[in-house]
Design a protein around this ligand. Structure first.
Ligand code: PEP
Ligand code: MN
Length: 362
């Protein structure tokens, strides 16, 4: 059972305003004072209030631009003073946290390579103890929900209550169009477990190319996520890192204006009546499902008794394989995916074997 997280609602952080998406934007890396200021001005003029820029960059190969380091924190402070924007950067160690606190950085995020490492997560959490700055945790590079939740728990146990997540997709060796595999089901699972946890998507790192940014951003909004983190650079093609995926501030605004935002709920009377009717249908069907499952388990019990009387083993895998194959075929005729049918029937089978065992051990 997942532990609960103690959270301060995002609208109490004083960073973001509605309507969605709550947007964090800025360059992949801070490269020079001019580049940082020009990008920040362009974004601020277009209504973006939270600025990102990587100061320490986790690069795959040594020798690539690994970030400007501590001097860049002064540039972020200048952005803050000049534009009034909140500023944030990535931290990957206790030293990074202390430097950020020293220079008045407003919020930090933990990158995908760091959230996968419990030692570093603990170190960062300890360094953030007794501070008040919000922390966003990107998903670990590998699709491991437990590891992601563990990172959040470490921070929360250290007293970080202004906590949120950023979904940026997962490393994969499969040939896919995007830079990282979306794995939306993991994001949905996390959202379901912690509905109050502020949730951002990072279309830039998920897509890896500016041509995918709109479709990914739209998907994130359709899933009801609160916000987006998007990379933006005053001259994207000249960027020292992630050039292909960055947008000018003007293009970023065009993207945001192209999004269709569907509200999570609506007070509209007609909508309410429609949704209530559909939900009533679902409730009836769910009850029927329970009744059918109960009836099926009753038959399973009878089979258990029958097998016991005839001294026959409970598990006949041949019979199960045939049943599952038949159900998948029938399911397909009803438009149900093979994966779904398999998951449902495996679960039913597991319970059926348990029920029969119970009969046998009486
Ligand atoms: C970044 O946001 O600049 C970054 C390095 O992202 P990620 O940790 O998702 O790779
Ligand atoms: Mn980047």
């Amino acid at each position: 059972m997942a532990k609960t997280l103690e959270l301060i609602p995002i609208w109490e952080w004083g960073f973001f305003t509605l309507p969605r998406p709550m947007t964090i934007a800025g360059p992949c890396s801070a490269e020079s004072l001019e580049q940082v200021l020009e990008t920040a001005r362009g974004l601020s003029e277009r209504g973006i209030h939270v600025f990102r820029a990587g100061i320490w960059k986790p690069r795959t190969h040594p020798g690539s631009f690994e970030g400007i380091g501590t001097p860049g924190l002064k540039w972020l402070r200048q952005v803050k003073e000049e534009t009034g924007m909140k500023v944030c950067t990535e931290v990957a160690s206790e030293k990074h946290v202390y430097e950020c606190l020293k220079y008045g950085i407003d919020m930090v995020w933990v990158g995908a390579r760091t959230s996968a490492n419990p030692f570093l997560m603990q170190e960062i959490a300890d360094a953030l103890r007794d501070t008040d700055i919000p922390v966003l945790v990107k998903n670990p590079v590998n699709p491991d929900l437990g590891l992601w939740i563990g990172a959040l728990e470490r921070l929360n146990q250290a007293g970080v209550r202004k906590l949120g997540v950023i979904h940026r997709g997962f490393s994969t060796s499969e040939p896919i169009a995007y830079r990282n595999a979306p794995g939306w089901q993991i994001a949905i699972e996390l959202r379901t477990r912690y509905p109050q946890l502020p949730f951002f998507a990072d279309p830039s790192h998920m897509g890896g190319d500016r041509k995918y940014l709109l479709e990914i951003s739209q998907k994130a909004m359709d899933l009801g996520l609160e916000g987006l983190m998007l990379e933006s650079h005053c001259s994207p093609d000249c960027a020292l890192s992630d050039a292909k995926q960055q947008l000018t501030p003007a293009d970023l605004l065009t993207l945001l204006e192209s999004l269709q935002i569907r509200e999570k709920d609506s007070g509209d009377k007609e909508y309410r009546e429609g949704i209530d009717q559909l939900r009533a249908q679902i409730d009836i069907l769910d009850e029927n499902l329970l009744y059918l499952l109960h009836s099926r388990m009753d038959v399973s019990k009878k089979i258990g008794t029958y097998k016991r009387e005839h001294n026959v083993a409970i598990l006949q895998t041949g019979r199960w394989d045939a049943l599952l194959a038949a159900m998948k075929e029938k399911g397909a005729q009803y438009g149900l995916s093979e994966q779904f049918v398999e998951a449902v029937f495996n679960s039913i089978h597991e319970e059926s074997v348990r029920v029969q065992n119970e009969v046998l051990s009486k």
